[in-house]
Design a protein. Structure first.
Length: 161
């Protein structure tokens, strides 16, 4: 059940309330709810900034300073929406908008390794950077996804030293 009206999920308490509401109404499974919360907690551990908002469903995006470098915009390493998608394509925005890579220390190939690893997850197509969160949440690939993110973030941080 989506929130009605103009209200967006904008705080951690609203995020958890939305998850509880969706689970109690049968809109998401217990496994998906638990996977989303697990991924959110992981994001808070690995991210330098985790923001909630701009969607009517529980959602967040995680940013890492070493990934952003001196890039002027704010692309995330990944975003997740419990009733929508898990996306890694925002991490590529730096490549698309600063192709000389003078603003970051990581390499184009580092992102492509991240992308290929994402595409190897069960239920993810080999040509996409977005998947329904339910696919990752219900198939139990959250741990594998977290490992993929950890590898990319670690690479960005190592190269930023």
């Amino acid at each position: 059940m989506s929130r009605r009206g103009p209200a967006f999920v904008e705080s951690e308490s609203e995020l958890f309330a939305d998850i509880d509401r969706k689970q109690s109404h049968g809109d998401i499974s217990t496994k998906t709810a638990e996977a989303f919360i697990e991924l959110y907690e992981f994001a808070k551990e690995i991210g330098d900034d985790v923001s909630i908002g701009e969607a009517k469903n529980a959602n967040f995006q995680v940013r890492v300073d070493a990934h952003l470098g001196d890039y002027q915009n704010n692309p995330s390493v990944f975003t997740a929406n419990v009733n929508g998608d898990l996306k890694i394509w925002p991490a590529r925005m730096i490549m698309d908008n600063a192709p000389d890579f003078s603003v970051v220390e990581w390499d184009e190939e580092d992102y492509y390794e991240f992308e290929r690893a994402f595409q190897s997850l069960k239920g993810v197509s080999p040509d996409t950077t977005t998947v329904q969160f339910e696919t990752i949440g219900s198939d139990g690939d959250v741990d594998e996804f977290k490992a993929i993110v950890e590898e990319f973030v670690s690479t960005c941080r190592e190269k930023a030293k």
